[in-house]
Each structure stands twice: as C-alpha cells, then as structure tokens.
Design a protein. Structure first.
Ligand SMILES: Nc1nc2c(c(=O)[nH]1)N[C@H]1C(S)=C(S)[C@@H](COP(=O)(O)OP(=O)(O)OC[C@H]3O[C@@H](n4cnc5c(=O)[nH]c(N)nc54)[C@H](O)[C@@H]3O)O[C@H]1N2
Ligand SMILES: Nc1nc2c(c(=O)[nH]1)N[C@H]1C(S)=C(S)[C@@H](COP(=O)(O)OP(=O)(O)OC[C@H]3O[C@@H](n4cnc5c(=O)[nH]c(N)nc54)[C@H](O)[C@@H]3O)O[C@H]1N2
Ligand code: SF4
Ligand SMILES: [Mo]
Length: 799
C-alpha cells in the first residue's frame, strides 16, 4: 500500500502479541526511477541503525528500501531514512577551500590544501609539541575512520585533546554504564520490546527521534497484552500520549529535577519491598548508601521539587515494582542536564534492585543518539583508550603500546582526556593552535554560540574542517577539505543494541571529495608518523585493513569484534558484539550470568563521585573488591545552575523534531522533510501565552544572558513556565541562548535547562511553521495539518 510518510511518521501498524516475532513490513521510496542494483547499508541518521538498501541507477542513488531480514527494523524505515538521502545530491563541496589573506575562502586543489595543513601541523608539533593539537569529531563517521584517527592521535602525535560531538550527545550513556557496570555497553536488546510488560522512557521522545523503534513499541501497544508505558518528559510528546493511552503515567517533570524524581522512585521501591534482596546482596555493592541517600525523597517532597502529583510518582513506582519485565530507555531529557550521570545511574539502580537484567524483556537502553556515537566511544576518539581500556590502568596502556609498537609514554594517559568544552577553551586561549573538526557543525550545535564563533573565527587557532557542504562552521575555518558521505565509501558502525552493520559503497563521491579515512591516512603519510620498528602509523590505507586492525585492538575486551569480518557482516542482518570464539554469532544480551566488568584489572573506569566528578584511584577501587559486582551509585538532588529569575522568568528547553536531523545539512535539502518543518518556532503553554497576550504565530523575542533569537510562537502542550526551541535552525539557533555548563561526571552540556525572557515583537496573523504531527502539535484546531502530499508517498509491503 502507499502511505504519505510525512503525515504518518510511523506507518501502518502490524500488531502482535507478547513473545511473538515482530512482523516484517518493507518500506520503499523511489524518487521516480527504477534502480539497476541494490547496495547493502544501514541508515546513518540516528542510533537505531535500520538496515537499508540503496537503489542505484547511472551512478546515482535513486531510492531506498528497508531490509526485511535485518534484526533492527524488519524492513521499516522512518521519514529521515526514506527521504534525507536526496539532500546528499545537492550543494556538495567538490574541492577544498583555503582562506586567503583577505579572509575569503577560495576553491583550492585538494593537494595544495593538504600541503598547507601538513605544513601548519609540522610547524606547531616541532615548536610547541603534541599539546598544540586538538581533534573534535563526530558520532557519524565509521569505525575504520575513528580507529585510524585514534591511532594517529594517540600513537602518532600523542595528544590527549581529542573528543567528539558525542560529548554533547551521549557521553552520559557511557558514563552511567561505566559507573554502574564498570564498562560501556548496552546490556539489553531491541527484542526486549517483544517480551516486555512495561516500558519506561526517561527524557526520550523516541516517537520522533528513533521512529522505527517507536513503531516497534506501537506494534506491542496496539496488540494483545499491552505493555504499560511510563513517560518522564515535561512536554506532552507522542510518547506521553501513548503512556496515558496504555494506562501508564506521564510524569511532566519540571526541567532539571530528574534526580529528585529518581530518588523518590527508588525510595518507594525500597519501602514497598519490591526488591530482590538475595540477588542484590550477591551481585551489587552500595545498597546501604543508596538507601540513606534516597530516604529524604518522600513522594510528597519529590512532588514538590518536580511539580508533579505524588500519586503519579507512586503509580510509576508501582508499575516498576510490580511488572514482571521492564524495559527502560534514557536519553537527552536526562543526559543534557546538570545531574546527568547521577540520574541515568538511578535507572540502572532500579533494574539492579529488581534483578531486571540479562533476561528477555528486561533491558536497559542508555540510548545513543547519533548513528555511530557508540563507535566514537569504543575506538577512543572521545579521549578514552580504544576498546574500553582504562587510561588510569598502566597495564591497559602497555597493551596498546605493544599493539601499536610505540613507547608507553607516547600514549596520552597522564591526565584525564580533554573533553570537548575544554578543547574549545584551550583553542580560545591559543594553547591548542591546530584544531581539526570532522563530521560536526559546532557553529550551530555547541552551547553559547557567540563564544564558539569567536573561538573558531579568531587568529589564535588554525581550524581545519572535513565537510560535505558549506555551513556555519566551514565559514569560520582556515581550510575546508571536501568529504565523502554515507553511501560513497565502505565502512562499519554499531547501533544502540550493539548491532554492527556494514555499509557498502554505492556511488562515487563528487569531485575531489574523499572519505575521512583517506584524508587522515594521507595526512599521516605526509607527516611521516612511524612506530618503533619504522613502520608507518597507521599500518593500513584501506578500510577493510583498518577494520582488521580494530578487531585486533578489541579482542578480549567487552566490545570484542574479533569474530566478525566484512564477509560475515555482508551475509547477515547485523551482528551484535561481543562476537568472538565463545560467541561466534554475537551475543543478544549482556550480564546473563550476571558477572559485570567491574574487576579492577578489567574495568574501563574506576568510577567518579557523582556530585563532584572526582575520580576513584586504582588502589581505592581494588580495596572495594567489586569482583564482578555492579555498583548501586547514589546522589542527592541539586538544583540546576541557572534557575528562572525576575529578569529571566522562563525555563528554556531545546531539542528535536521528527523531520530534521541536527543542523539540517541533509534534511534541510530533502524537500519532503524541509517542507514539513521549514523554519524555527518557539513553543509556549496556552496559559503563558494567554498571560502575555500572545497567540499562535505571533513573533516573540527570546533572550538569555548570552544571546537572543526571534521566532513565531507555537501555542502547544508543554508545561507552564517553560519554552521549547528546536535546535536545528542555524539562522535562528537555540544555542545563541544556551549556557555552557556541564555534568561533572560525563562533562555533557546542559542543553535542557537555562533561563530566558520572552517578549512579544509583533502580531503574526498566520500560524507558525511547526509540525502538527509531533510533540509540537498546536492546541488550536485551525492550524493546517502537516502533510507530505504526492512527493511523500511511500510503498509499504507486509510480508
Ligand atoms: N528526528 C530526529 N531524530 C534524531 C535526531 C534528530 O536530530 N532528529 N538526533 C539523534 C540524536 S544525535 C539524539 S542525541 C537523539 C535525541 O533524542 P531525544 O533525547 O529523544 O530528543 P530531544 O528532543 O533532544 O529531547 C528529548 C526530550 O527531553 C525532554 N526534556 C527536556 N528537559 C527535560 C528534563 O529536565 N527532564 C526530562 N525527563 N525530560 C526533559 C524534552 O521535552 C524532549 O521531548 O535523537 C536522535 N534522533
Ligand atoms: N541546544 C541544543 N544543542 C544541541 C543539542 C540539543 O538537544 N539542544 N543536541 C546535541 C546533540 S545530542 C548532538 S548529537 C549535536 C549534533 O550536532 P552536530 O554534530 O553539529 O550536527 P550535524 O548537523 O549532524 O553535523 C554533522 C556535520 O557533519 C557533516 N557530515 C555528515 N557526514 C559526514 C562524513 O561522513 N564526514 C564528514 N567529514 N562530515 C560529515 C554534515 O554535513 C554536518 O555538517 O548537537 C548538540 N547540540
Ligand atoms: S529510525 Fe533512525 S535509523 Fe531508522 S530510518 Fe529512521 S533515522 Fe534511519
Ligand atoms: Mo546526539
């Protein structure tokens, strides 16, 4: 059947009962031509990682089709997967750009531009040493590229200044998994959706941000044995509506108060005796400290802090405490806040207290956002050491020195890795004089943009950017190198539930564009990086050899890829790590035994204080004798850094809409998606709007102590006292307003809290351009519905 997949984001329902397979539904979108061939890949527009085939004709992508046999999506695709590839065929960078003496970016042959990069880099390394170099990358490159950069940065140059935009994204997922279980890695599996009785979504608008995973949940909630949903989100998202429909709860917390709510949920579970005492005693540490910390958070106390009804919190605790199987997902409403790691750890705690791990239906998804954020963390381009090695454990550093054949002292491990916000600080001061950015657009996505522009645009640091389009960041760079995109190169990546996919090359990159792997290998060869035996660093030039190098680095570690190959990935619908001799087909769930990777000699991290971020030492960790037990981590609630005041009376929250991906470099060039959400808006509650005399479509000025933007109002369904701005629009960027402060443990910025004022600028006359199909749905009935029309018709076939 044919469906308008702009009007219907999730597509046709295929309901089914608990413990039965999710039916297959294959979605296909062709932009007018029949493909000559199909090329295997996985979607690269969110962490769900849907299996996708690219249809190719005359050397161009002409359409896409979901892969029926893929374990992630069973053939389905969402609006971004269906339509965004079209944006890759417009406005591409085909040559390098170099800033001339007049300050203009001039088209330059790639070789000449790379010569300049190498000259600059060599000069700084010779005069200032490795600390003069910083790398800021992405959650959207491939394993081969990340691992290559990790080896260049750590074994070739020796700089600790390396991080990804994953710091803004899911650094907290990694941090909370390390704190609780000793290492990163998602315990659960997407198949937990088929088996579960209750699903908790914490600060996660999955309906818009992992649309296919949400379709998977809808196929349970529309079948028999409906699971109960609990949604923790200040806005009435589609997730919140489904929670109400399944007779669960929508906890519309006041932004920035998650930790108080979590402490109350844990207290209730403890007080009501919903704890598996024997399991907890055998497999965890820290119960008494946790009990003590949560004791003050009675239902009434938390209700007051979070501005919720005590009965609703009690109901949520009851769902958790009395369901046989619970699946939890956590994302930016928790991660982008001042107590991010603390709150995310409480989700892990609830599962530990009820022994809800390692069996069907009982997963935890400390979600990723970006499609390859997981690999950024695994390979160590977030500053950590590859394959979840512990930079604070001398044995782990020696292993790498042996593997890479370099001196131990070359590998940066004498201090904690430098997080993104600190890298920008050093670039501001000029101690980082060479900053290489790839696969991210900080000119829109970082907090406090006025400052980011000063840093990137200043003379004190030389900025190189690998990009596929001209954007807000390339306009501030000294050299721009043209990058190949998805479908234009081969590589592998890993989604949230540890499923690894191979993406084959379907078409050639345009002009002089080339993959980040080729760019970095070229740089390394020209720089002449060598190991102790005189071999080049890295030892490979081709993607498959880089993957083989990565397999070797990961062997014996939690994220073990040693049993995979390009051939086996091509043959299957994705393989979950660990994949090795013991698990030749991969492993569906971790911690079935349950032995957690907390042993002092094995763990990825010795842990940190959740309130201050101070690190536990190796000796302190050993003295705790964790020996495979998980940590019940605890923290009191603290109010957010920037609270509303008389001058700035509203709470600011920022986030996403279903139709755009981040800074819109692809989705803004795909007509179906761009037309569905063409320009920025500001969401306000009906009560706030009414009080200010503001109606749908009126233009307001939103200002924070840092900056301001003007935009039309959507009178929507959020909390009173809160405004929400989507962060996708570089011309009216939410980050003009946001504060640059972060969680002490994960160092993830708090994009979800801040204080602003709102003033009416002029009456509008027409409704705002916000979509009606999503969390931004209007309260007024006379706003025209968001539809895609004939251009958005998609074929959908049930098996
Ligand atoms: N369509 C689309 N999908 C995407 C992306 C995209 O840009 N567009 N990006 C991908 C990436 S990289 C990421 S990281 C994910 C992000 O996916 P999500 O985390 O689902 O998206 P957000 O809109 O950033 O935030 C989620 C929710 O947090 C709520 N929130 C705000 N403050 C609080 C709070 O204090 N407490 C709680 N509990 N909730 C709060 C907001 O109301 C919002 O609905 O999406 C991925 N998928
Ligand atoms: N206020 C606010 N700010 C936020 C957030 C929020 O919720 N609120 N969310 C944060 C989060 S979770 C995230 S993930 C970030 C996302 O923020 P960004 O990472 O800055 O956003 P993108 O638009 O995805 O930028 C990716 C860039 O890489 C380019 N690109 C794509 N593929 C490739 C490739 O293969 N190679 C190279 N070299 N380039 C490529 C694209 O053209 C694009 O310009 O934003 C963060 N900022
Ligand atoms: S859910 Fe994510 S991975 Fe799947 S099609 Fe949509 S954007 Fe792509
Ligand atoms: Mo993200």
């Amino acid at each position: 059947m044919s469906v308008d997949r702009i009007a219907d984001i999730w597509g046709e329902r295929t309901p089914h009962a608990r413990d039965t397979d999710w039916p297959v539904r294959v979605d296909t979108f062709l932009a007018g031509r029949e493909p000559e061939k199909w090329v295997q890949s996985a979607c690269l527009l969110c962490s769900n990682g849907c299996g996708i085939d690219l249809g190719v004709a005359d050397g161009q992508i002409v359409g896409v089709r979901g892969r029926a046999q893929d374990r992630v999506n069973h053939g389905r695709l969402g609006p971004k997967g269906l339509f965004a590839w079209q944006g890759q065929q417009k406005d591409r960078l085909t040559t390098a750009l170099v800033r001339d003496s007049a300050g203009t970016l001039v088209e330059t042959p790639y070789d000449v531009a790379m010569d300049l990069v190498v000259r600059k880099s060599r000069e700084l390394l010779d005069t200032k040493g490795p600390l003069s170099h910083g790398f800021y990358t992405s959650g959207q490159l491939m394993i081969e590229e990340y691992y290559t950069l990790a080896v260049i940065g750590k074994a070739g140059i020796g700089t600790p200044h390396m991080d990804g935009n994953t710091r803004l994204c899911t650094a907290t997922a990694a941090a909370s998994l390390k704190e609780t279980f000793g290492a990163d890695g998602q315990p659960g599996s997407y198949t937990d959706i088929e088996a579960t009785d209750a699903i908790f979504l914490y600060g996660h608008n999955m309906a818009e941000t992992q649309t296919v995973l949400w379709a998977r949940i809808l196929d349970r909630t529309h079948g028999p044995d409906v699971p109960v949903l609990v949604c923790v989100d200040p806005r009435l998202t589609p997730v919140a509506k489904e929670a109400l429909r399944t007779r669960g709860v929508h906890l519309a917390v006041r932004s920035g108060t998650n930790q108080a709510l979590m402490n109350a949920l844990i207290r209730e579970v403890l007080h009501r005796g919903w704890v598996d005492e024997d399991w907890v005693a055998a497999h965890t540490l820290g119960l008494e400290e946790l009990r003590e910390t949560v004791e003050p958070y009675t239902l009434a106390h938390a209700a007051e802090i979070c501005d919720l009804r005590a009965a609703d919190i009690a109901r949520a605790a009851e769902v958790f405490g009395t369901s046989e199987r619970v699946l939890s997902t956590v994302l930016q409403g928790f991660y982008q806040s001042h107590q991010a790691t603390a709150a995310a750890c409480q989700v892990n705690n609830l599962h530990l207290l009820r022994a809800m791990l390692g069996r069907p239906g009982c997963g935890i998804l400390q979600m990723n956002g970006q499609p390859t954020a997981q690999n950024n963390r695994e390979t160590g381009v977030d500053g950590d050491l590859p394959a979840f090695r512990n930079w604070d454990n001398p044995d782990h550093v020696s292993e790498l020195a042996d593997l890479w054949d370099v001196d131990v002292l070359k590998i940066p491990h004498w201090a904690p890795p430098t997080h993104a916000m600190q890298i920008f600080r050093y670039a501001e001061q000029g101690s980082i004089g060479f900053l290489w950015i790839a696969g991210t657009n900080p000119g829109v996505s970082m907090p406090d943009l006025p400052r980011v522009r000063r840093i990137l645009g200043g003379e004190q640091t030389f900025v190189v950017v690998n990009e596929a389009y001209r954007n807000e960041t390339t306009e501030l760079a000294d050299v721009v190198l043209p990058a190949a995109l998805w479908g234009e190169r081969v590589g592998t990546y890993t989604n949230v539930d540890r499923t690894v996919h191979l993406s084959d090359q379907a078409v050639e990159p345009p002009g002089e564009a080339r993959s980040d792997l080729r760019i970095w290998v070229d740089y390394a060869r020209r720089m002449g990086f060598k190991d102790r035996s005189g071999r080049p660093i890295p030892r490979w030039t081709e993607p498959e050899d880089a993957f083989e190098g990565w397999k070797e680095a990961s062997k014996g570690r939690p994220c073990d890829y040693s049993g995979m190959s390009y051939e086996s990935l091509r043959r299957t619908g994705g393989i979950q790590w660990p994949c090795n001799e013991q698990n030749p087909d991969g492993l569906e769930r971790l911690y079935t035994d349950p032995v957690f990777p907390t042993a002092t000699d094995y763990c990825e991290s010795f842990g940190k204080d959740l309130l201050l971020g101070a690190a536990t030492t190796l000796d302190q960790h050993r003295a705790l004798r964790p020996d495979g037990r998980a940590f019940l981590r605890h923290a009191a609630y603290e109010p957010p850094r920037e609270a509303p005041s008389e001058q700035f009376p509203f709470l600011l929250s920022t986030g996403r809409t279903a139709y755009h991906f981040h800074t819109r470099t692809k989705t803004g060039r795909a007509p179906q998606l761009q037309d569905a959400a063409p320009s920025v808006w500001v969401e306000m509650s009906p009560a706030d709007a009414g009080r200010m005399g503001v109606s749908e479509g009126d233009v307001v000025r939103v200002a924070s102590p840092r900056g301001a933007l003007e935009a039309p109002v959507r009178v929507g369904n959020g909390r009173d006292g809160m405004v929400f701005v989507p962060f996708h629009y570089g011309d009216h960027a939410a980050n003009e307003l946001t504060i640059d402060s972060w969680d002490p443990v994960s160092k993830q910025p708090a994009f979800k809290t801040g204080a602003v004022q709102v003033q009416l600028v002029r009456k509008g006359g027409a409704p705002s351009a916000a979509p009606t199909t999503t969390a931004s749905a209007p309260v007024a009935g006379d706003v025209p519905p968001t539809v895609g029309g004939p251009a958005a018709q998609t074929e959908s076939e049930l098996a």
